[in-house]
Design a protein around this ligand. Structure first.
Ligand code: GDP
Length: 299
C-alpha cells in the first residue's frame, strides 16, 4: 500500500523529475548545467528565491567538493533539497488537549472537504474519536458533502442550515467537550458571498473558538492545491498573516503538479506540512517526508 501512494506521488511529479534528471545525464559540470537547472527549477514552480538559493548552494558545493560528473551534482542537489525541506517535515501531535480543536481553511476547490474526510479516517485509525463542524454554511453543497461523509463513516457532523459559521463552530466545540471527543475539526468557507471579507470571517471564527476554549484552536491548518503553483504560496502568506497558520495540507500532488512550490514555501513561509494528498481515496493522505519528496521530484 505504501508503494502505491509513493508511485502516485512519483508519477504526479514525473514531468518535473524527467526534466531535471535529463539535465545531469552525461554532461560536463559547467555553466550550461547550472543554467539548465535554473530553468528547470523555475518551470517546476520553485520560484526565483528558492531557485537562486538552491543554485548558489549547489555551486558552492560543487566547487568545495570538486564534483566533476553529473551524477555527483545531482546527488548534491538532492541533499540540498532534503535539507531545505526538512524543517517542513513535522507530524501532528495528538492528545495535547481534549478535544484537540483544529480549524481548517482553504480556498474553494483546494481539497478541503476531501482532506477533512481523509484526515478524520486517519485519526480514527489511530483510535481517536472525531467530531466535525460544517462551518462552510454559505455553500449548501459543502455542508451536504460533509454530512454524507460523516454518516458513511459514523462521525458526528454539527451543522445548521444557513447558520452563522462562528456559532455553528462554537456549538461544535462545546459538543466535542461534552462528549469527550479527541479531535474536533472545523470546516470553513473558502469564498464568501460578496461584501463580506473571508479573512475577517475566519478571524471571527478563530476568536469565537477561543471563547469556547481559551487554548483553542490548537491547530489552524491551510489546505492548498499544489497545482496552483506560486499562487499557492500567495495563499499561504495571506492566510498566515490573517490567522497564524500552524500547518499545511498540500493536495493533488498525484496529478500533474510540478512540486517545486514546497521549496518556495520552505524558503519564504516555512510552515509545517503535516500531510500531502496524492489521490482521492482515504489512504491518499500521507505524512510529508522531505526525503521521499526530494526523491520523487528529482527522479
Ligand atoms: P474544497 O472545495 O476545498 O472542499 O475541495 P474538495 O474537497 O471538494 O475537492 C475538490 C476536488 O479535488 C474533488 O474532486 C476532490 O476529489 C479532489 N481532490 C482533493 N484532494 C485531492 C488529491 O490529493 N488528489 C486528487 N487527484 N484529487 C483531489
Amino acid at each position: 500500500e505504501k508503494q502505491s501512494w509513493l508511485r502516485r506521488l512519483r508519477s504526479g511529479l514525473s514531468k518535473t523529475s524527467a526534466g531535471i534528471a535529463g539535465i545531469f545525464v552525461g554532461v560536463k559540470v559547467d555553466e550550461a548545467l547550472f543554467e539548465d537547472l535554473e530553468a528547470a527549477l523555475l518551470m517546476a514552480d520553485a520560484g526565483m528565491d528558492a531557485t537562486q538559493y538552491l543554485i548558489d548552494a549547489l555551486r558552492d558545493r560543487v566547487r568545495y567538493e570538486r564534483l566533476t560528473d553529473g551524477a555527483q551534482v545531482k546527488a548534491a542537489l538532492r541533499d540540498l533539497l532534503v535539507e531545505l525541506l526538512q524543517p517542513l517535515e513535522r507530524s501532528l501531535v495528538l492528545g495535547r488537549a481534549t478535544p484537540l480543536v483544529m480549524m481548517i481553511a482553504g480556498v474553494n476547490g483546494a481539497g478541503k472537504t476531501t482532506s477533512i474526510g481523509k484526515l478524520a479516517r486517519h485519526l480514527q485509525n489511530y483510535g481517536q474519536s472525531v467530531l466535525l463542524a460544517a462551518g462552510d454554511t454559505f455553500r449548501a453543497a459543502a455542508r451536504e458533502q460533509l454530512a454524507i461523509w460523516g454518516e458513511r463513516n459514523s462521525v458526528t457532523v454539527v451543522e445548521q442550515e444557513g447558520g452563522d459559521p462562528a456559532a455553528v463552530i462554537f456549538d461544535a466545540v462545546n459538543a466535542a467537550r461534552a462528549r469527550k471527543i479527541d479531535v474536533m475539526m472545523a470546516d470553513t468557507a473558502g469564498r464568501l458571498p460578496t461584501q463580506l471579507h473571508l479573512m475577517e470571517e475566519l478571524r471571527k471564527i478563530k476568536r469565537v473558538i477561543a471563547k469556547a476554549d481559551a487554548a483553542a484552536p490548537h491547530e489552524v491548518l491551510l489546505v492548498i492545491d499544489a497545482n496552483n503553483g506560486q499562487n499557492a504560496l500567495a495563499q499561504v502568506k495571506a492566510f498566515d498573516d490573517a490567522l497564524g497558520l500552524t500547518g499545511l495540507i498540500v493536495t493533488k500532488l498525484d496529478g500533474s503538479a510540478k512540486g517545486g512550490i514546497l521549496a518556495a514555501i520552505a524558503r519564504q513561509r516555512p510552515i509545517p506540512v503535516y500531510f500531502i494528498g496524492v489521490g482521492e481515496k482515504v489512504e491518499d493522505l500521507q505524512p510529508f517526508s522531505a526525503l521521499e519528496f526530494a526523491n520523487a521530484l528529482l527522479g
